[in-house]
Design a protein. Structure first.
Length: 421
């Protein structure tokens, strides 16, 4: 196995992908060779099943490698993976980010190294400059979650909420802007809880305003999924007054019925969600919203579901992430009366259809509009509101191109370079 670089497989969220890049750097520094590393997701039982399938596949393809399993599923149920004959070692979410883990990896015979994630109090000593495309970089500013939604296992995989200090974030974004990145995306598990564990308890809006002030040469700042009930005054001010903050927010809504929201142990009502989107749209006309919505949560009736369907219109949601509910062992929701599988699938399909209709309406309304499009590859980029735009001629990758929208095809806008005035 000499001189064979390690193989990494990533399952799950953008944060996992970010952390895989950090592990690659740590493994390279430690001179790790001949290993296979699977960074798992635990968000659903299906995610764990996929992880097991991927492990078996990688073992068949790499029969002599040392196979390591890490990530959220390894953290929440290490015994599941330790019992697999294909697995040589199980490493926790905190341990995977420690240089000493990688320094001793190949010599260690310890099968399971998974400590109490709730005891971890710091995050992101593992900053990766430039993870993402050549046009857009992702910066982790927060990890973990202090909330205990009844359907979610993630706090037990990620630990409690902890924040990267603002100064560290700003310095990283300065480096990224200096390296030519035109857009930075702030990421985390529960982004709007950023700052609660830092001196003075700053809020996410404070961080956004500080970045925009101290990194004036960054053209575009984007924030990923937020909990709208936790949006602070400075964040709303940034939405209203800072054109470099992109007018697209992905909202963690989960449902549109108040009783189901209570059973989910969410902290907002449907009225809160509607009020937030109305206020954000008043402050920033043209802003678009994405949202996570679960179909078929336990005890959900047709009437409950209809409230989710109505919420798509009432909040003016455009980009939906629809999740058919699946029980996650170890969560309170898994013990609640389930909705039949057929009904879950049918409701998820109706939600997706509603989302598709909203996307079509949004795209149709862009005809004749001018947009600043960040090019992700020579023929495709994204508007400020995150819609894809295709061009019939190559554009500079990573550049922001002034475009006029000529129409749309499928789920993409069709653009042409705007004539210079």
């Amino acid at each position: 196995m000499a001189n064979k670089p390690p193989v990494f497989a990533t399952l799950g969220c953008r944060l996992n992908a970010y952390e895989t890049e950090a592990m690659k750097a740590l493994a390279d520094q430690a001179g790790v060779e001949g290993a296979v590393v699977v960074n798992t997701c635990a968000v659903t039982a299906e995610a764990v099943r996929k992880a097991r399938k991927e492990i078996r596949r990688l073992r068949r393809e790499n029969p002599d490698a040392k196979l390591i399993v890490t990530g959220c599923a390894a953290q929440t149920e290490p015994e599941t993976f330790a019992e697999m004959g294909e697995v040589d070692a199980v490493i926790g979410n905190a341990e995977k980010m420690e240089p000493k883990t990688w320094a001793g990896l190949m010599a260690s015979t310890e099968k399971v190294r998974v400590d109490d994630i709730m005891s971890v109090t710091e995050t992101a000593g593992h900053l990766i400059d430039g993870f993402g495309t050549r046009s857009r970089a992702y910066v982790q500013v927060q990890n973990g979650c202090d909330h205990r939604c009844t359907f979610c296992i993630i706090p037990y995989g990620r630990g409690n909420s902890r924040s990267v200090p603002a100064g560290v974030v700003v310095e990283q974004i300065k480096r990224l802007a200096g390296a030519g990145y035109n857009e930075v995306v702030l990421t985390g598990v529960d982004l709007t809880s950023w700052g609660a564990d830092l001196p003075g308890e700053p809020r996410l809006g404070d961080l956004v305003m500080r970045i925009l002030k101290l990194v004036p040469d960054l053209p575009r700042l984007r924030i990923s999924s937020i909990d709208s009930i936790e949006a602070d005054d400075n964040l709303m001010q940034a939405i209203a007054t800072e054109p470099r903050l992109m007018p697209h927010l992905h909202l963690s809504l989960q449902h549109g019925d108040n009783l189901i929201l209570k059973r989910m142990k969410r902290r907002h009502s449907r009225e809160d969600a509607i009020a937030f989107t109305e206020e954000a749209r008043r402050l920033r006309p043209g802003i678009t919203f994405g949202a996570d919505i679960i179909a078929g949560f336990p005890t959900e009736t047709e009437a409950h579901f209809e409230n989710s369907l109505k919420l798509v219109e009432e909040c003016g949601l455009t980009w939906l992430h629809v999740f058919p509910y699946s029980p996650r062992q170890g969560t309170p929701a898994a013990r609640m009366p389930p909705v039949p599988g057929g009904a879950i699938r049918e409701r998820a399909a109706r939600l997706r259809a509603a989302g598709d209709a909203r996307v079509t309406a949004h795209l149709a309304a862009q005809a004749g509009q001018r947009h600043a499009v960040l090019m992700e590859n020579p023929r495709m980029g994204r508007t400020e509101q995150f819609a894809e735009v295709v061009f019939d001629a190559d554009q500079p990758e990573g550049a922001i191109v002034a475009a006029v929208i000529e129409g749309y095809h499928g789920t993409q806008l069709v653009g042409a370079v705007a004539p210079t005035v």
